[in-house]
Design a protein around this ligand. Structure first.
Ligand SMILES: [Zn+2]
Length: 201
């Protein structure tokens, strides 16, 4: 799934905070945004493995959510929503395509690495690839309630994420064709730093 879809679903996890302890809603929305994006910071270094912890993040999120429910403060709420958003991101990566430049070809059986199991979990392909129409639909589903109840800043962020998603969806297959060509133009000393999936043509 797109990083923007993960970000929006992370923000959606702040909606219960808005309903129960609205004074912490702004920090919760931002924590959801950050937690939803954070795992993909490993894009160029062991993508979907280095910062993806589907089991451990899920386990860690439970006591964090309990603590935030019992003792709601800005810190406990941000920690709970941020961890839950990161957990949701890594678990939902299983529902998408494999780790390859053109996931619609279905040639990779690597969805996300489970450090707990010590192996790659296989992609379920309910969302065929990041940037697929169904991926955009998921982003939109999360964005609707956020923009309906969020303040001006949160609504602007959500709208911007949807706009970026729309552009990415339109360009997705063109970008997949462009990436290997750009990678080939790089000087030889830099090529070891390019992820293998960008050099596969
Ligand atoms: Zn991811």
């Amino acid at each position: 799934m797109m990083a923007t879809t993960h970000a929006l679903w992370g923000m959606a996890l702040a909606l219960p905070v808005l309903a129960t302890t609205p004074e912490y809603a702004p920090i919760a929305f931002l924590a959801g945004l950050g937690g939803g994006l954070a795992p993909d910071f490993d894009l160029y270094a062991g993508h979907r493995k280095t910062l993806h912890f589907p089991v451990y993040a899920s386990i860690a999120a439970i006591p964090a959510m309990v603590l935030a429910a019992i003792v709601p403060t800005a810190v406990t709420v941000a920690l709970a929503v941020g961890l839950a958003a990161a957990a949701l991101h890594t678990v939902s990566d299983i529902l998408g395509g494999g780790l390859e430049l053109r996931p619609w070809e279905g040639s990779s059986e690597r969805a996300v690495y489970s450090h707990y199991h010590g192996r790659w979990l296989r992609p379920r392909r309910l969302v065929r690839y990041d940037g697929a129409p169904e991926d955009f639909a998921l982003a939109g589903i999360a964005a609707v309630p956020i923009t309906l109840v969020g303040d001006a800043l949160i609504t602007t962020i959500a709208a911007a994420l949807v706009a970026v998603s729309a552009v990415y969806v339109l360009l997705r297959k063109w970008l997949a064709a462009l990436a290997p060509r750009l990678a080939r133009l790089l000087p030889a000393p830099l090529r070891p730093y390019v992820p293998a999936r960008y050099l596969d043509i």
